[in-house]
Structure formats: structure tokens, C-alpha cells
Design a protein around this ligand. Structure first.
Ligand code: GAR
Length: 195
């Protein structure tokens, strides 16, 4: 059984989708939900599911990413994860952190990478007049929102869409895609999931 730690910064809807998928014959189980924000809504949701949680506030570290990560790593290493899933984790990780979990760390990003790495993906897709949008699960490398693509899901952009309506449509797909990719990945299968 693979041990999965999930890193979050916010409400944790992707985290919940992942945790709820890891039951029965699934080859993995959640062992930790960790956040850089002690107020992240997802922490309570994880605790309600009986999943251990940890929080290390990044703010007192005042931009010293390595010092923050040294503290953040402690509960993660104590949980002994085989796989790390970033699920709405909004801190950029140092190359040292990424290297430690090389080939074992996944991220979900709300765009069809390589389009729109970084923030405000939906507003950028609308501004560009794109006919479709979507989400991507990829392996994490030291380059932001880069790394081998393990799955993508597409949605149409509809007339009258705002960044919010498009984000909601994409998020529904995120909740399907990420569990599908994790299940395959936990079995050692890196064939991209397409939908
Ligand atoms: C999701 O849309 C996820 O793709 C995005 O943040 C949201 C988190 O929602 N992640 C990023 O933008 C990472 N660069 P959630 O907390 O409800 O899962």
C-alpha cells in the first residue's frame, strides 16, 4: 500500500476528492494532509475524515523558503509518504525540496499546460479567446508548472463565461482527473490520462 501525503493551502476540494478515492482496492491511502496555512479550510475537512494533519505557517519565515521548508518537512518525513500530491498548494517549492521527492510528487494545475503556468489561468484563457480550457496533472520538477504530464481534462469555454464560472467547470473535472491519475501512478503506470 502506497502512503500519500497531500499538501494544501486552501479549501481542499481536490484533497477531499483524492482522499475519498483512496478506499477499497485502491493501491494507496492518505497518511497526512499538510498546509502552509493553519487556517486552511481543508485541514478541518481532512481531520473530520480521520486523516492526520499538520500546519506550518509560512508567514513568520518572511520569504526564507528554505527555512520554511525545513520545518514543513518534519511532519511530512515523519509520515513516511511514498507519494506527495500538491492539491491547491500555493507556495513555490525550492529545487532542494523537489529533488528530495523526485519522481514521487504530483501537482494539479487549472490550465491545459503548457498554456498558462502560474496564476489567473482562467482569466488568461478568457482574455485569449480560447475555445476550451481544462486542467493538468503533472509530475513536479524544479521548474514551476512544468514536468511530465500525467493527465489532462478539457472543458468548453461557453459564451458569457467569467473566470469564476469557468473555474467551477474546470474544478469539477479536476475532481475526476486527479484521483484517476493518482490511482494509475500508485500502480506505477505513468500513461497519461485523457478526457
Ligand atoms: C484548484 O483549482 C487547483 O487546480 C489550483 O487551486 C485550486 C485549489 O482548490 N491550483 C493551483 O492554482 C496551483 N498553481 P481546492 O483547494 O479546492 O482543491
Amino acid at each position: 500500500m502506497k502512503r500519500v501525503a497531500i499538501l494544501i493551502s486552501g479549501g481542499g476540494s481536490n484533497m477531499l476528492a483524492l482522499c475519498e478515492s483512496m478506499t477499497g482496492d485502491h493501491p494507496a491511502r492518505p497518511v497526512l494532509v499538510a498546509s502552509n496555512d493553519p487556517e486552511a479550510g481543508g485541514l478541518k475537512k481532512a481531520a473530520a475524515l480521520g486523516i492526520p494533519t499538520a500546519a506550518v505557517d509560512h508567514r513568520p519565515f518572511a520569504g526564507d523558503r528554505a527555512a520554511f521548508e525545513a520545518e514543513f518537512l518534519k511532519p511530512i518525513l515523519a509520515a513516511g509518504p511514498d507519494i506527495l500530491c500538491l492539491a491547491g498548494f500555493m507556495r513555490v517549492l525550492t529545487p532542494g525540496f523537489v529533488e528530495r521527492f523526485k519522481g514521487r510528487m504530483l501537482n494539479i494545475h487549472p490550465s491545459l499546460l503548457p498554456k498558462y503556468p502560474g496564476l489567473d489561468t482562467h482569466a488568461r484563457a478568457l482574455a485569449a479567446g480560447d475555445a476550451e480550457a481544462g486542467c493538468t496533472v503533472h509530475e513536479v520538477t524544479p521548474v514551476l508548472d512544468d514536468g511530465p504530464i500525467l493527465g489532462q481534462a478539457r472543458v468548453p469555454v461557453l459564451a458569457g463565461d467569467t473566470a469564476e464560472t469557468l473555474a467551477a467547470r474546470v474544478l469539477r473535472e479536476e475532481h475526476r482527473l486527479y484521483p484517476a491519475v493518482l490511482r494509475r501512478f500508485a500502480c506505477g503506470d505513468r500513461t497519461p490520462v485523457r478526457s
